[in-house]
Design a protein. Structure first.
Length: 201
C-alpha cells in the first residue's frame, strides 16, 4: 500500500491513480468552464484553496508530467476558438477575457488530480490523496464470504467494480463535447436546408 509521501515523490505511483478523477468531486465540487471539460488556473487554485502562484509553481516544476495529463497553454487561433466556445459576450462572475498575446492555461480533471498528488500545502489536496489511498486499500482488501470462495469470483467482481468506477467520469467528460458536436451538426443541417430552399431545389 503506497503512502502519501510515496505518492508525492513517485511519478509512476501517481500515474497508477490518474484514472480516478471521480475522487475530485467526492472531495469538493469542481467549477468547470461551460464546455464541461476545462478549468482555468484560477479555478484550480480556488478548488485547492491556494493562490494561483502556488498552482503556477507546481506547473513549472512538473510541466512535462502535467502536459501529458491535459495541461495546455492556448494561444492564437486555438485561444480564439476556445474563447468563442467557453466565454460568452457576457462573462460569468469572475470570468474575464485573457489578453490574446498572454495565452490561457487550461486544465482537465486529470490535470487537477495530478496536481492534487503534487501539491503539498493544501488541505483539499491532502483529502484527495487520502481518499485515493483509502479507496485503493479497500480495493485490495479481498471480499470474504461463501459466495466468493474458491473460484476467484470475488477478485473478478472487484476488478469489474474498479473498471466501472472509471467509466462514469470519462462519460461525464465526453458528454458536453458530444452535445456541442450535435449542436454544430444541427446548425450545419439548418444552413444546408436554407441553401437548398434558396436555390430552389
Amino acid at each position: 500500500m503506497p503512502t502519501e509521501i510515496a505518492l508525492l515523490e513517485s511519478r509512476a505511483l501517481r500515474a497508477d491513480h490518474l484514472g480516478r478523477v471521480d475522487v475530485l468531486d467526492k472531495v469538493k465540487a469542481l467549477a468547470l468552464l461551460p464546455d464541461g471539460i476545462h478549468l482555468r488556473t484560477q479555478d484550480v487554485a480556488r478548488y485547492f484553496e491556494v493562490s494561483t502562484e502556488a498552482i503556477k509553481k507546481v506547473a513549472q516544476r512538473h510541466r512535462e508530467e502535467l502536459a501529458s495529463n491535459g495541461l495546455r497553454v492556448l494561444q492564437g487561433s486555438d485561444l480564439e476558438e476556445f474563447k468563442g466556445d467557453n466565454l460568452s459576450p457576457f462573462p460569468l462572475h469572475g470570468m474575464s477575457y485573457p489578453q490574446p498575446r498572454s495565452g490561457l492555461t487550461v486544465h482537465t480533471r486529470r490535470t487537477v488530480l495530478n496536481i492534487a498528488m503534487l501539491l503539498r500545502d493544501s488541505e483539499v489536496a491532502r483529502r484527495v490523496r487520502s481518499y485515493l489511498l483509502d479507496t485503493e486499500e479497500q480495493r485490495r482488501t479481498p471480499v470474504s464470504g461463501p459466495r466468493f470462495d474458491g473460484d476467484g469470483l470475488g477478485h473478478r467482481v472487484t476488478q469489474l467494480e474498479s473498471a466501472m468506477s472509471e467509466v462514469g467520469p470519462a462519460l461525464r467528460e465526453l458528454g458536453p463535447l458530444l452535445v456541442r458536436m450535435s449542436d454544430r451538426l444541427a446548425e450545419l443541417d439548418q444552413r444546408l436546408d436554407a441553401r437548398t430552399v434558396s436555390s430552389g431545389r
